[in-house]
Ligand binder design. Structure first.
Ligand code: HEM
Length: 448
């Protein structure tokens, strides 16, 4: 087979198409694939990208040696997350940093904190009142923010916690898509950048106080901050505070809104599919006489519901790699610097893998096992999301608690839209809270 070069047939999207792709990668991704196929060189804002829309394409990209790739869009992400962030590191330094704090977010470590996740969820759900309409993303954001505070930052002290909650909210709100994707706007004269920079300065100042408090306490609580403080590089030197801050910023930006969004989408889909909700409740109620986090997370239907949610509504529409050497992907030659953008959205909506791809059908994850190129909400290979285990664990526990104790109903038809880097429901999943409910075990205990 002859190998075609990609540049020769790069398509240019007009401004309207670019905006549509940005806002609605679901519909626009499908359109691009239909018109141009599975390997699509695109010129976009002066850069050339190659869109890859199949599981086989993802497999070939992930199979390459990590040393052959640079990080994606460093010119935009460096000022957002910081030069020591995992997002912009590559090669040996990237590998070293990942190894460093992977244990703190590894499944075995995370599993020790099931009751903390449950406690945080209950605390926020206790604010719900029957009859009220709540924007569910507000509740799920608060849950995932506080899980990060406790499990990543290791914060117990009330004042630091309250300040941190406020600062994390401010950072998230001030991260505007224009400043993320147009590096030329990352300048003091641009008010949204000034606002983000102020929030980042407050974050830095707060992280410095967190580090000072933790050093004074001198206790290893096994969270990410403890691990970073204890780290010594090969030459015996510790991690610098600004390196720690950049990684914490990355975790915060990568882990807060993403997990909250999956949970909000799950509530939306369950509210619209009463038969799925009933089946899920039956599984949870048959599993024991109370919520045991480490048993709950193993329940197959609960897992299927969570997987189907993030399949249908991927939080990151794409993940990307920048080749440093010429390579061949799907029979086409790719040049160094031409970013390979794997469309998670397109793969998750491929009708050959997922019949009736626009429908919410958790059973597909019971009936079939998908490999890591077919189902890739967390990306893959050497850059696979470090927080995947934490996020999956948290979503399952919080969702179980929620559906066992509350009756709810979505009040609007939602749409997937891009918020900044991540996607989410356009309206934040407003829910009418119908009533509190007792799980079967509580009801039978009352009757005895
Ligand atoms: C549902 C929730 C989440 C989703 C869907 C998600 C998705 C992703 C994706 C697609 C990537 C890029 C992977 C690639 O390029 O192959 C990524 C990277 C990353 N995520 Fe997540 N993420 C989630 C939650 C979290 C959480 C909770 C944390 C931290 C506690 C986290 C930390 C990170 C980090 C540090 C990276 C960069 C990894 C690297 O470049 O080496 N994420 N995530």
């Amino acid at each position: 087979m002859s190998v075609a070069t990609s540049s020769s047939r790069a398509i240019s999207l007009n401004l309207l198409q670019q905006l549509r792709y940005y806002n609605e990668p679901m519909t626009m991704g499908g359109w691009i694939r239909e018109h141009y196929g599975d390997f699509v060189p695109v010129r976009f804002q002066g850069h050339e990208y190659i869109g890859i829309a199949t599981a086989e394409g993802a497999r070939q990209i992930f199979a390459n040696d990590p040393a052959n790739y640079d990080a994606f869009f460093k010119e935009g992400f460096t000022s957002i997350a910081g030069p020591a962030s995992l997002w912009v590191l590559a090669g040996a330094v990237h590998r070293r940093e990942r190894k460093l704090f992977a244990p703190a977010v590894h499944a075995t470590h995370v599993r020790e904190h099931g009751n903390t996740v449950l406690e945080i969820t209950r605390l926020h759900l206790a604010k719900w009142q029957p009859g009220q309409t709540v924007k569910s993303i507000d509740t799920t954001m608060a849950i995932s923010r506080d899980v990060i505070m406790r499990l990543v930052f290791g914060i117990e002290e009330d004042k630091l916690m309250e300040e941190g909650q406020e600062i994390l909210d401010e950072l998230r709100i001030s991260l505007n898509p224009l400043i993320t994707f147009i590096p030329a706007l990352q300048k003091r004269w641009y008010p949204p950048w000034r606002r983000f920079s102020r929030a980042k300065e407050r974050f830095t100042e707060w992280v410095n106080r967190v580090l000072a408090a933790r050093r004074a306490l001198n206790v290893d609580s096994g969270d990410v901050v403890s691990i970073m403080l204890a780290t010594r590089y090969e030459d015996g030197s510790p991690m610098q505070d600004d390196e720690i801050r950049d990684e914490l910023m990355t975790i915060m930006q990568g882990g807060h809104e993403t997990t909250a969004t999956v949970l909000a989408w799950a509530l939306y889909e369950l509210g619209r599919h009463p038969e799925v909700l009933a089946k899920l409740r039956a599984e949870l109620e048959d599993s024991g006489s109370d919520l045991n986090p480490n048993l709950v997370v193993k329940l197959p239907y609960l897992s299927a519901v969570c997987d189907e949610t993030v399949r249908l509504h991927p939080i990151l529409a794409e993940c990307a790699r920048v080749p440093l050497i010429p390579m061949e992907i799907l029979g086409h030659k790719v040049l160094p610097g031409q970013a390979l953008v794997i469309s998670i959205v397109s793969i998750h909506h491929d009708p050959d893998l997922y019949p009736e791809p626009d429908k919410f059908i958790p059973e597909r994850f019971i009936e079939r096992t998908y490999n890591r190129y077919e189902f890739l909400p967390f990306g893959g290979a050497h850059r696979r999301c470090l927080g995947a285990a934490l996020s999956e664990y948290e979503t399952r526990i919080a969702l179980a608690e929620l559906v066992l104790h509350w009756e709810f109903q979505p009040v609007v038809i939602e749409r997937d839209t891009r918020h900044d880097v991540a996607m989410g429901p356009k309206y934040g999943v407003p829910l009418r809270i119908l009533a509190r409910r007792d799980p079967k075990w509580a009801a039978s205990a009352t009757n005895e």
